[in-house]
Design a protein around this ligand. Structure first.
Ligand SMILES: Cc1cc2nc3c(=O)[nH]c(=O)nc-3n(C[C@H](O)[C@H](O)[C@H](O)COP(=O)(O)OP(=O)(O)OC[C@H]3O[C@@H](n4cnc5c(N)ncnc54)[C@H](O)[C@@H]3O)c2cc1C
Length: 425
């Protein structure tokens, strides 16, 4: 239940915003288009509430993770609030009566905010818009840089609501919305300006760089000052390497080391610009900056019978589990699927862990040879009834989604299905 509180809270705030506008309506000053202006204000207010929550989530408040089920789930919410806010901006613009005479600051700010928010959002919705793609270079980092401006448009949008000609007289509703404006503006300033004085960015040195196969890099990081930050197996960090421009971007990776080790390890699959540069350019002795730990992917909070499924590089949280465990107090069926044997990582170590822990059963699958793993097969291996199991999945998004659907159909309660999404967009 706790992991749903965050989303419920957002929904309640949206509903309360509508209620406040109805319970404390604006004074009808007899203008011809009063109803349209009233409806437009309600929609604009919901937009501010949703954007405020998007900005709040972008600030990555660690304390809020339990109320959403982890930072990766918070980013899913962020995607929904941002998309809904974008759609509502269009509805707002179409609803409010626009007068082309008497242009004042409020109107100019409206155009500025509208254009800015729509342009920024479009970049993430469609990387194929040529002029926007040129601004961002077509990369995730470019999109992230452009996205930094969203708070400026948010602030402009709110000031617009206060400076439009002939605003509605709705003291209570406007003050209510102001609370969300403050939440959004403070979150934005925290993310972009003063958060760096509060957040812990810890200095590390790259101690070793290994390539367990032709597309993977294992990085070992040693803390320069104190010991490594407290974390649990299955969590993730953000890391960047300031010494080299192509590596000076903060990217999330799951710890593949165990929390008791005196170094951190991440295991990274080359999939784009940054991770490819990591493979070719990262050298031992380089500096690293680490932020974290985040995430709530933790098998220890699950039941006695578990199924773990790792697809490709989705192995990393399970590696951390395995490296962390002494005596496993659960019965675990661990499925690890890779396309070919050459792509599979740390097979010896996984098999050695299974020998040490009789309650850990390993099922390795090379999908190019043996076909794809199916949920039916997993259910069969559990004796035909999987409803009492906790399922942990990490891997490519389509795989996670397909497996989640099938497990739900097979009767596994939604609260027993845990997954880590390797994607924050
Ligand atoms: C919680 C979490 C844990 C992860 N753990 C691992 C791991 O252990 N090993 C591993 O190999 N990969 C992991 N990833 C994925 C890894 O972060 C991306 O593959 C990497 O950031 C891709 O960057 P790129 O520039 O090489 O690729 P790009 O082609 O630029 O990006 C590919 C996709 O990765 C995502 N991405 C890119 N940059 C960022 C960023 N700065 N922040 C967030 N997402 C980004 C975007 O969805 C993008 O579309 C994890 C991701 C998340 C969210």
């Amino acid at each position: 239940m706790k992991r749903h509180i965050g989303n419920l809270f957002i929904i309640v705030c949206v509903l309360l915003t509508v209620a406040v506008w109805f319970v404390f309506p604006p004074v009808n000053d007899g203008r011809e288009d009063f109803t349209r202006a009233y409806a437009g204000e309600i929609i604009g207010s919901i937009n501010i509430v949703l954007m405020a929550f998007s900005l709040f989530i972008s600030a990555r408040p660690k304390w809020a993770e339990p109320f959403f089920g982890g930072l990766d789930k918070m980013y899913v919410t962020h995607r929904h609030t941002s998309t809904a806010a974008l759609l509502l901006i269009f509805v707002h613009v179409l609803t409010v009566p626009i007068s082309l005479t008497g242009w004042v600051l409020g109107n100019y700010l409206a155009v500025f905010a509208f254009t800015g928010i729509v342009a920024t959002a479009m970049v993430s919705l469609s990387p194929r818009i040529p002029f926007l793609n040129r601004i961002t270079g077509g990369t995730y980092e470019g999109w992230k840089r452009l996205k930094k401006l969203i708070g400026v448009f948010f602030i402009a949008g709110f000031i617009h609501s206060l400076t439009i000609p002939h605003p509605l007289d709705a003291f209570i509703a406007i003050n209510w919305v102001q609370v969300f404006f403050i939440i959004g503006a403070v979150s934005y300033l925290y993310t972009e300006v003063f958060g760096r004085f509060f957040k812990k960015y810890l200095p590390y040195t790259v101690e070793a760089v290994k390539h367990p196969n032709l597309s993977t890099t294992e990085v070992t990081l040693r803390p320069k000052k104190d010991s490594i930050p407290r974390h649990r197996a299955g969590q993730f960090l953000f890391v960047r390497f300031p010494g080299k421009r192509t590596l000076d971007e903060s990217h999330p990776f799951t710890f593949s080391s165990a929390p008791h080790e005196d170094v951190l390890r991440v295991t990274v699959k080359s999939s784009g610009d940054f991770t490819r540069a990591l493979f070719t350019d990262l050298k031992s002795g380089m500096q690293a900056v680490v932020e974290g730990a985040y995430g709530m992917f933790d098998y220890r909070t699950g039941g006695k019978k578990q199924v773990w499924i790792a697809g490709g590089i989705g192995l990393t949280p399970f590696l951390s589990f395995i490296r962390d465990m002494d005596d496993l107090d659960k019965d675990v069926d661990f499925y690890y699927t890779a396309r070919h044997r050459e792509e599979a990582l740390f097979l010896d170590e996984i098999q050695a862990a299974a020998k040490k822990n009789p309650r850990l059963k390993i099922h390795i699958r090379f999908s190019a040879v043996d076909g794809s793993l199916t949920v039916d097969e997993i259910i069969k291996n559990t004796g035909g009834n999987i409803t009492g199991y906790h399922v942990y999945t990490c891997g490519p998004l389509p795989m996670i989604q397909a497996f989640e659907r099938k497990f739900l159909e097979a009767g596994v309660p939604a609260k027993n299905i845990h997954f880590e999404e390797f994607n924050f967009r």
